[in-house]
Design a protein around this ligand. Structure first.
Ligand code: HPA
Length: 283
């Protein structure tokens, strides 16, 4: 199973630093079909292009294999802030270790990132959610992690954080309030709720949907939680958005497909962009 030494995280960060002249303060992780957000990033001087670095040019960086994920970093200005945008992420279901899944977060930390904004495509467990809705993540159930797949398992890396990190406020409360207020100002309706992480790649059975709902889950997906755990471990503040791409069937009457997930993401992307641009100056 692939793990990394501190020197390997640092090597990756150094390669990126050699290509940029700014310190990115905010990291953005774009989920399935939400890559268009990266097109909004500008270079440091207005009207110039951002710096683009392919994952394959960064030592240690896992390549994204999922259709709808590009596999590159876009570094520049968004909403007046220095940002590094991860266009595509590694998932556990691709066969990557959780060290690989969270590699990017730790490298971003070494670049200077203190705020991490994560987006994902998720299924709606909450019966009041509809495809195209945005959900602000208020908390998570790391179901796959609770069953033994926590990204912090193994020797603790003291350089990043403590052995037993607190998760009582994994999702920054001030950021959630900022995002809610921004959504109201911009007339973009938002939901809020609990995100459940499953390893995937198979979608849920109706019985699993009923169980996850009974557990208190509002949305379900295959990412984000490992990255949030790694980010909180190294002291980053976190804001998370789920784009609800499909309604999870609790009776087997409807199917879920990757195509429908990508299609709904097209509606979701612009909504998240609107809210993000509004709050970036305040993060
Ligand atoms: N389940 C799990 N992950 C997902 C779903 C879903 O229904 N939709 C998008 N990602």
């Amino acid at each position: 199973m692939r793990t990394y030494s501190f020197a390997e995280y640092k090597d990756a960060a150094d390669v990126i630093k050699s290509r940029i002249s700014i310190v990115p303060e905010i990291g953005l992780v774009l989920g399935s079909g939400l890559g268009q957000l990266a097109d909004e990033v500008e270079g440091i001087e207005p009207g110039t292009d951002p710096v683009i670095i392919d994952y394959k040019d960064i030592p240690g960086w896992p390549a994204s294999t999922v259709f709808g994920h590009k596999g590159r970093l876009v570094i520049g200005k968004l909403g007046g802030r220095n940002v590094v945008v991860q266009q595509g992420r590694a998932h556990f279901y691709e066969g990557y270790s959780l060290s690989e899944v969270t590699f990017a977060v730790r490298v971003m930390k070494l670049l200077g990132v203190n705020t991490l904004v994560l987006t994902n495509a998720a299924g709606g467990l909450n019966v009041f959610f509809h495809p195209g809705d945005i959900m602000l993540i208020t908390d998570h159930i790391g179901f796959a992690g609770m069953a033994g797949n926590n990204p912090l398992c193994g020797p603790n890396m003291e350089e990043f954080g403590t052995r037993f990190p607190d998760m009582s406020q994994a999702y920054d409360r001030e950021y959630i309030q900022l995002a809610k207020a921004a959504a109201v100002r911009k007339g973009v309706p938002v939901q809020s709720g609990v995100y459940v992480w499953l390893s995937g790649p198979s979608f849920e059975t109706p019985a699993e949907v009923r169980m996850l709902r009974a557990m208190g889950g509002d949305a379900v997906g295959m990412s984000t939680v490992p990255e949030v755990i790694a980010a909180r471990h190294c002291g980053m503040r976190v804001l998370g958005f789920s784009g609800i791409t499909n309604k999870n069937s609790d009776n087997g009457e409807a199917m879920t497909t990757h195509e429908e997930v990508l299609e709904a993401a097209n509606v979701i992307g612009p909504k998240i962009i609107t809210i993000l641009k509004e709050i970036l100056p305040d993060l």
